[in-house]
Design a protein. Structure first.
Length: 102
């Protein structure tokens, strides 16, 4: 009898741009907090762009093992935030278990 094989889980990369407002980063991270998810990486950088008159906040977030449903909900909720300009999402790679040397 065969056991069902679950699809491999990937690390999801969210690339977000938002207004450089003091509340922007906490509102973005709150989308994970509300679902009891701890991201593997959060990197935020504030920069000036010639395309925008104000400073822009660039946020990269990596999370391992999100279901497709969770990915969709988080992406839609971040996009709906007033301060957020764009949310891009991509699958980075499969996380492989470490092998022990024998």
């Amino acid at each position: 009898m065969s056991t069902p094989v679950s699809p491999p889980k990937d690390t999801i990369h969210f690339a977000i741009t938002a207004d450089a407002h003091p509340a922007a980063l906490s509102r973005i991270v709150a989308q994970f907090t509300l679902r009891n998810i701890t991201p593997d990486l959060i990197k935020a950088c504030c920069y000036k762009s010639p395309a925008f008159p104000d400073e822009i906040l660039s946020v990269d977030i990596h999370v391992y093992g999100l279901s497709h449903r969770e990915q969709d909900i988080i992406r839609r909720n971040m996009t709906a935030q007033v301060l957020v300009h764009s949310v891009r999402q991509e699958n980075l790679y499969q996380k492989c278990p470490a092998k022990l040397a024998s």
